[in-house]
Design a protein around this ligand. Sequence first.
Ligand code: SAM
Length: 216
Amino acid sequence: MSYEKERERMVANLRMVGHIKSREVVEAMRAIPRHVFVPESARSSAYHDTPLPIGEGQTISAPHMVGIMLERLDLKKGQNVFEVGGGSGYHAALVAHMVGEKGRIISMERIEVLAERARKAIEECGLRERVAVVVGDGSLGWEKGAPYDRIFITCASPEIPPPLVDQLKEGGKLLTPLGSRYLQTLVQVEKKGKKLKRKTYGGCVFVPLVGEYGFS
Ligand code: SAM
């Protein structure tokens, strides 16, 4: 079966079980080729609903988890987004598709070699203008690009890093797996003045955030 047919089938399955619902998320997952973001050796599994190794002990998240996070991010055209944990670049490419030509995403990854591969894959998808992949500790945010409409963390976080809250716009939303190194809950906070309005979703398992506000 061609990659395109496999991708259609993956999207149809994710819709059927209710992980993805909105037209925008469905269109993005149809448009962005996941196989471009996984190593050659794992390409035959690119459209299986499972995390896959991307090297350096890291993973590209399972499509259902990516879809759930895209739904919860509530993205709009033209938004300015910050991602912590760029990994393969797949999630960033989907967000770039959803925020459109006038939107921007800064995707921060701590491992240089992964960042370089992510840049290449993003370029292959024609999204270089909308995505900047930068290297560093994302738990400190990226002041230069702030303030952000949306921030999302794609690794397990023991707390919501305070610099990320500072860099979020008023009314902005931050989404993160929050909990221990081995088990987390997906949490969304909305910035309302000095308060954070919190919503809690289901359980999830991500690789740990490593850095100032992460696990040591
Ligand atoms: N969003 C990614 C994708 O689409 O492939 C999947 C991310 S993977 C589950 C988590 C990533 O977070 C890993 O690549 C890891 O190196 C990175 N990471 C961990 N701690 C980090 C930090 N403090 N700053 C930036 N990246 C971090």
